[in-house]
Design a protein around this ligand. Structure first.
Ligand SMILES: Nc1ncnc2c1ncn2[C@@H]1O[C@H](COP(=O)(O)OP(=O)(O)OP(=O)(O)O)[C@@H](O)[C@H]1O
Ligand SMILES: [Mg+2]
Length: 215
């Protein structure tokens, strides 16, 4: 398994309570997994442990996916605000070794996949919050990474845009990208093939769903 957690615990400081309290599970290659649970249950912490931003206090995490094959999506986009949509996405392709022609075609494809057709030359600072979020998602998908780690990527989007973003993520999953998505949105979770629900740093449920369940 590319990602294996074995009895992982985590606390932020020596005198603070365990935020992750003995978690074990594996994530197969290319799985689309939703992490749900109440505020403070440890979802963002768990995502950062999986992505190697945090190290477990005890237990083991084996993540065999190289860090350059992992991209992140946050609730609030972090873009180069003085640059165009195209430039913000181009950045993700610098290290791929693709030709300029391949890069150009790929940027067009991901811009379209998130519903921003025709906005490539637009400055991102002039876009709406939802459009900026879609640029962030396009950038995360552009280089066809092995894994996308997304922390409430649709938290500030309306339902139509959320559905569009989920379509783009599912298309990436269908092309082989694994996706772990933290969400409070039942609709988002139900479009994933597996839902792990956390409560107080524990796994409350681990639900495997039929592939591509419609909602
Ligand atoms: N940097 C930090 N330092 C200390 N404690 C933290 C830190 N980040 C989070 N915590 C604590 O760890 C616990 C889990 O937080 P976490 O952010 O993982 O929850 P979450 O499930 O993502 O919540 P939300 O849905 O509100 O984003 C909370 O009690 C939180 O207060
Ligand atoms: Mg969080």
């Amino acid at each position: 398994m590319p990602i294996e957690l074995d009895n992982v615990t985590f606390r932020y400081g020596p005198q603070t309570p365990l935020v992750i309290d003995g978690m074990s599970f594996t994530v197969p290659h290319g799985q689309m997994l939703a992490l749900m649970g109440p505020s403070g249950s440890g979802k963002s912490t768990l995502l950062q442990l999986i992505g190697g931003i945090l190290r477990p206090t005890s237990g083991q995490i084996n993540n065999s996916i190289p860090s350059h094959e992992t991209t992140w999506v946050f609730q609030t986009p972090t873009l180069l605000n003085a640059q165009t949509v195209r430039h913000n996405i181009d950045i993700a392709l610098y290290a791929t070794g693709w030709s300029p022609k391949q890069q150009h075609a790929r940027v067009e494809t991901v811009i379209e996949s998130v519903g921003l057709h025709g906005l490539g030359e637009t400055g991102v600072s002039t876009l709406s919050g939802g459009q900026q979020q879609r640029v962030q998602i396009a950038r995360a998908l552009a280089a066809q990474p092995q894994l996308v780690l997304a922390d409430e990527p649709t938290g500030q989007l309306d339902h139509t845009t959320t559905a569009l973003v989920m379509d783009a993520l599912i298309a990436a999953r269908d092309a082989g990208t694994g996706i772990i998505i933290v969400t409070h949105d039942r609709y988002v979770a139900e479009r994933c093939e597996r839902i792990i629900t956390l409560e107080d740093g524990h796994i409350l449920s681990d639900e495997h769903r039929a592939e591509g369940s419609p909602t």
